[in-house]
Design a protein around this ligand. Structure first.
Ligand SMILES: *Cc1c(COP(=O)(O)O)cnc(C)c1O
Length: 403
């Protein structure tokens, strides 16, 4: 047997602590590395590969699109933008969309919308309420909105105009904004992703919606990770029966093709006019096709129902296996967005799981995160459990490393 070759990337900037494998191809929720080793994928490219790999309906549609036109420029109308915007706004109960390429870009657009909303009302120094443990991206503005000092370290001065509050605490939100005429928006993830899979409670979402209406603030919900069907509804906030004014999307929207969108309701849909915002690549015909086909296939194959059902099964199975285990704290999340929190840092599990043929990630130091493709079957969920449970139990039985 030939020894496995560990890939290296000496010419690539060293910005990621990578697991020493390189993926070569995939089929459904299975992927193979360049040494031929097979994995079951509970990470889904970080909530991106909605339809898994090599989907038999998505791939031919993209191939056909490649032969027609990939990019045309926003100097011209792009029919796919109108088609995808119409679909997204219908699903969201909103009215207009702007297209970009990534999550941080969608969030940048949201921040700009909120600031212009303020300026249009005569507020010269608009402020946006953001949350502890939030993650909104790594541009200077979005990392300033992010609630993790590790992301910010070394990149000051940060952008001003953000007020930070704790999650799920309506009194704290009221106190922190009391008498402040500069507040223009409240901005959060329905379920925080990078921050450790921390959900906002339905009651809190309803309270914030009401407060935003009373005070004429924009409610801006970052559904970049938790949106696009992952929790069993198109957008996670829909479980609370509310509609935001602004909703950034990205990750799962194109099932792997880079795409971002900011969707807006009537209060925010007409803030931008010509010249206020733009992007070269955003909304190109290939990305639009990916978004349109992803949603069409999700509807055809009942993937929202699947995410809810298989996610509940996975959560229940893990809960049963870990209940009472020393070092297990809790499982959070909904549908196919789950976080298993341990009582101590467990970053080593990302590589150890890969060694055993399971892809996942650890976020917020001690939370094992699973955000697989929405095509995951119950039997495949059981395979994840069969690898993960003994791995975690062995880890928790090890003596705690001295600090
Ligand atoms: C990943 C993520 C982002 C940033 O998206 P990029 O495409 O990496 O820029 C923003 N918000 C949330 C909630 C995310 O999970």
């Amino acid at each position: 047997m030939t020894a496995a070759v560990e890939p290296t990337s000496p010419h690539v900037m060293n910005t990621y602590g990578r697991v020493p494998i390189a993926l070569s191809h995939g089929q459904g929720v299975r992927v193979w590395d360049t040494n031929g080793k097979q994995y079951i994928d509970a990470l889904g490219g970080i909530a991106v590969n909605t339809l898994g790999h090599n989907h038999p309906k998505l791939v031919p549609a993209l191939q056909e699109q490649l032969t027609k036109i990939i990019h045309s420029s926003n100097y011209y109308h792009v029919p796919g933008q109108e088609k995808l915007a119409a679909k997204l706004t219908e699903l969201a109960g909103m009215t207009n969309a702007f297209f970009c390429c990534t999550g941080l870009e969608a969030n940048e657009a949201a921040i700009k919308l909120a600031r212009k909303f303020g300026h249009d009302k005569g507020i010269d120094k608009p402020e946006i309420v953001v949350y502890e443990k939030a993650f909104h991206g790594r541009s200077i503005a979005t990392l300033s909105a992010t609630g993790n000092t590790k992301v910010q370290q070394g990149f000051g001065p940060l952008v001003e105009g953000f007020i930070r509050v704790p999650l799920n605490d309506i009194e704290a939100l009221k106190t922190r904004t009391a008498g402040n005429p500069n507040v223009v928006a409240v901005f959060f993830e329905t379920i925080q992703g990078e921050g450790g899979v921390n959900p906002m409670r339905a009651e809190y979402l309803q309270q914030v919606r009401k407060l935003c209406d009373e005070r004429d603030w924009l409610l801006m919900i970052d559904e970049v990770q938790c949106g696009m069907g992952r929790t069993g509804k198109w957008f996670a906030h829909q479980w609370a029966g509310i509609v935001p004014d602004v909703m950034p999307l990205a990750k799962g929207l194109g099932s792997g093709v880079p795409i971002g969108a900011v969707v807006a309701g009537p209060k925010a849909a007409h803030i931008f006019g010509p010249g206020n915002h733009g992007t070269t690549f955003g909304g190109n015909p290939l990305a639009m096709r990916a978004g349109i086909e992803t949603i069409r296939i999700m509807e055809e194959e009942g993937l929202l129902e699947n995410a809810a059902k298989v996610g509940a099964h996975l959560k229940q199975s893990l809960l049963q296996a870990f209940e009472g285990v020393e070092g297990f704290k809790e499982i959070r999340g909904q549908g196919l967005m789950l976080g298993v929190e341990l009582t101590r840092p467990c970053g080593v599990l990302t590589a150890r799981a890969a060694e055993r043929g399971l892809l996942l990630s650890v976020t917020a130091d001690s939370v094992i995160r699973m955000v697989p493709s929405l095509i995951l079957s119950q039997a495949e969920a059981d395979e994840i459990v069969a690898i993960l449970v003994p791995l975690v139990k062995e880890f928790l039985a090890e003596p705690v490393a001295a600090p």
